[in-house]
Design a protein around this ligand. Structure first.
Ligand code: ZN
Length: 187
């Protein structure tokens, strides 16, 4: 009995140390917990993800699957991220790839969360999209090719770009306090 308890405690401690290595704070841990069903989800692993559609269907929620894999569009003004102003990072909801920083978010009034630049060059893939009689540029996740939205040339400086993104395919993590302080001091 006693031995079992010790083993359990050791196992718990080991698990906790695994978690704290891959995650940096409690919030992030809860986000990864939600993705227990999704073996490819990682905010740190940048290796490409290439799954078949039926495999995606098993690990994504129906809402995320519809937008990410079937190039759906959420109804405008329905995303909680549309007027969202917290400081932090936005990740791909299908695979966890970091996509945007809140610094690059702006209010475009178009009804979808909007950003003027991605977090890094390889974060996003750009593909010509000529559907619906329009000539647009589709944006996809650079890691898993999830459909995110489109990018337009009517954004604010410094890039002049407007990344118009479906909030359904975004996960958000609040910046750590230290990082927040650093950002404020270096404005
Ligand atoms: Zn992705």
């Amino acid at each position: 009995m006693f031995k079992t308890a010790i083993t359990l405690i050791t196992a718990t401690l080991l698990l906790q140390s695994c978690f704290s290595q891959s995650t940096t704070n409690k919030k992030e841990k809860s986000m990864e917990d939600k993705k227990m069903n999704n073996p490819v989800y990682s905010t740190t692993d940048s290796s490409k993800v290439n799954l078949k559609e039926d495999e995606w269907k098993k690990i994504l929620s129906p809402e995320v699957f519809h937008i990410a894999r079937q190039k759906g569009t959420e109804r405008p003004y329905t995303s909680k991220f549309e007027g969202f102003k917290e400081t932090g990072t936005y990740y791909c909801a299908a695979c966890g790839n970091p996509l945007f920083k809140s610094d690059a978010k702006f209010e475009s009034g178009c009804g979808w969360p909007s950003f003027y630049e991605p977090i890094s060059k390889g974060a996003i893939i750009y593909t010509p999209d000529n559907t619906y009689g329009m000539s647009r540029t589709e944006t996809q996740c650079g890691r898993c090719k999830a459909h995110l939205g489109h990018v337009f040339n009517d954004g604010p400086p410094p890039t002049g770009l407007r990344f118009c993104i479906n909030g359904v395919v975004l996960d958000f993590e609040k910046a750590k306090d230290a990082e927040k302080k650093y950002n404020e001091e270096h404005k």
